[in-house]
Each structure stands twice: as C-alpha cells, then as structure tokens.
Design a protein around this ligand. Structure first.
Ligand code: AMP
Length: 283
C-alpha cells in the first residue's frame, strides 16, 4: 500500500518511523504521471530500500502567462500508478501547506539557471530550487531522482546541492520516449492531432545533429544549424532555443570538447511548449 501523506508533520512522523539503516529514495513530480515518471520510480526502487514520491503543482515555478490553472491533475489515476509501481509513500501537500502566508525566503541559483529555459522563463528555476530544497528538508531523502528530460533542471539542482552542501545524492534517469521519438511529457495531452503528428521532429532535429557529430562534426554552430534546419521544415514550430552547451555548467561552447556536450531544444507547437535534449558522449 502506498501511504498517502498530506502534511509536513505526517511526512516527518512517517520518516521518523522508518527502521534505522534503511535508505530513502525520493522522486518529486507535478503529477499527471506517465511512463517517464514511472521509470524514475523504478530507478529509485533499485537504488534505495524505501521510496517516496511527491505530487505538487508548484505555483512558484509557473510564469503569469503559463499553464498553472490548466495543468492536468488526474490524482486518482496517479495514485493507482504509484501503487502499481510499489512506491511506499506519496506526499501530496497543498499550496498553503508548503507556502505559509507571507513566505519570503527563496533559493536562487545564479549561473546554471541563467541561459536556456532560465532566459525565457524568468523566475522558473527560483521556483524549482525553492520547492526542491523545501521538499528535501521535509522528506530528508538519501537520494533523489530527476529526469534527464529536464537536463537544465538536473544541472541546477546538482549545483544547488553542491553549493549548499545538501546531504542528498542526485540521480539522473534517462528520457523515456514514444516509439516515434517524442519525449513523454505531461504537456503532450495539450497537443492537437496535427501538432502531435509534427512533434517528433524535435527529436529528429537532435538526432540529425548527433549523427553529424558522430560523423566527425565538432563545430557547435554547424551542429545547431543542422538541428534548426530540421525543425524549420515545419512552420508549426516557434523555436525558443536550439543550443550546444556544456552538460554541467550549461555555458555555450564553440567546439565540442572531448568531454562531450548537451544538445538542447525548446519550441512552441501551437500554444504547447516542448523541450528535449540529447547528450553527445565523451570521445
Ligand atoms: P514533472 O512532473 O514534469 O515535474 O516531472 C517530474 C520528473 O519526471 C522530473 O524529474 C522530470 O525530468 C521527469 N520526467 C518528465 N518527463 C520524463 C521523461 N519523458 N523521461 C524521464 N523522466 C521524465
């Protein structure tokens, strides 16, 4: 049975009652769970003896014109999926529970969070780091699993944990995709049939650049040009960025170094914002 915990006090009591020597693995989510989330749950189960997930649509990480109100919240289905995955507990806090009236303390990472999604979603990563550190303080996990799908989120959290000496190991889980290459996302349900049919072009653009890299191309702007050209084949896309960056610091690079690189893209398809990325392996 997945134990449902609704308040900070309930999580603390549950945590305290765990037998000594058990390791706790944590998977924070915003719900509307899909196979990508479940793969993170399975990874947490392999890496820790006890597992807890959270479902919280965090208002602090949504901009004023973003999809907070319409974000899908199929809570009964989510609970059934967590139960089936064998997760031991789930934390379902309310907004008032996590953000007391007049809350005025925030966590701000100032470098890794600046480019890419940080540049086009002001305040987004401030919302992410604040809620993740708060959830870590409540849950006190030994390790926490995040998806490579949100590569910048992973890098920002890894930097926060390093800089603030947070005693939580960050584990990255691989991107789970549809058979046609589209990365699973809770936001894919917003796509019209026509946009859904076009959506795999995002992954195709990453694959095209990766193929050029594997054929020997090391010039970052040449790789980005290949990717942008593929995405440019369909006028439905409004590109936000198609970047070649250092996978840890997310600084932009001119030539892919032997340590590899991150290819990352964000684009609107209709009113739906999609992101995806691929890692160029060290060589
Ligand atoms: P979200 O509910 O969108 O905040 O995502 C919760 C966690 O699931 C984050 O760590 C995401 O990176 C991860 N995630 C989302 N989509 C995928 C996917 N397609 N494959 C693997 N992990 C994912």
């Amino acid at each position: 049975m997945t134990v449902i915990l609704r308040t900070i006090a309930e999580v603390r009591a549950w945590r305290r009652a765990l037998p000594a020597g058990q390791t706790l693995g944590f998977v924070p989510t915003m719900g509307a769970l899909h196979a990508g989330h479940i793969s993170l749950m399975e990874l947490a189960k392999r890496r820790a003896s006890v597992t807890i997930a959270s479902i919280f649509v965090n208002p602090l990480q949504f901009g004023p014109n973003e999809d907070l109100a319409k974000y899908p919240r199929p809570i009964e289905k989510d609970l059934a999926l967590l139960e089936a995955a064998g997760i031991d507990a789930v934390f379902l806090p309310g907004v008032a529970n996590l953000y007391p009236d007049g809350a005025s303390t925030f966590v701000v990472e100032e470098s890794v969070s600046a480019p890419m999604c940080g540049a086009v979603r002001p305040g987004h990563f401030r919302g992410v780091t604040t809620v993740v550190l708060k959830l870590f303080n409540i849950v006190q996990p030994d390790l926490a699993v995040f998806g490579q799908k949100d590569a910048q989120q992973c890098a920002v959290i890894e930097r926060m944990v390093r800089d603030l000496a947070v005693p939580v190991e960050i584990v990255r889980g691989a991107i789970v995709r549809e058979p046609d290459g589209l990365a699973l996302s809770s936001r894919n349900v917003y796509l019209s049939p026509e946009d859904r049919a076009a959506a795999p072009l995002i992954h195709a653009s990453l694959q095209a650049a990766k193929a050029a890299f594997e054929a020997g191309q090391r010039d970052a702007s040449a790789l980005a040009a290949i990717g942008r050209k593929v995405l440019g084949q369909d006028p439905r896309f409004t590109l936000q960025y198609w970047d070649v960056r250092d996978p840890q610091t997310l600084t932009s690079i001119d030539t892919v170094p032997t340590g590899g690189a991150l290819l990352a893209v964000a684009a609107y398809l209709g009113s739906t914002r999609l992101i995806d990325n691929i890692v160029l392996a060290p060589f």
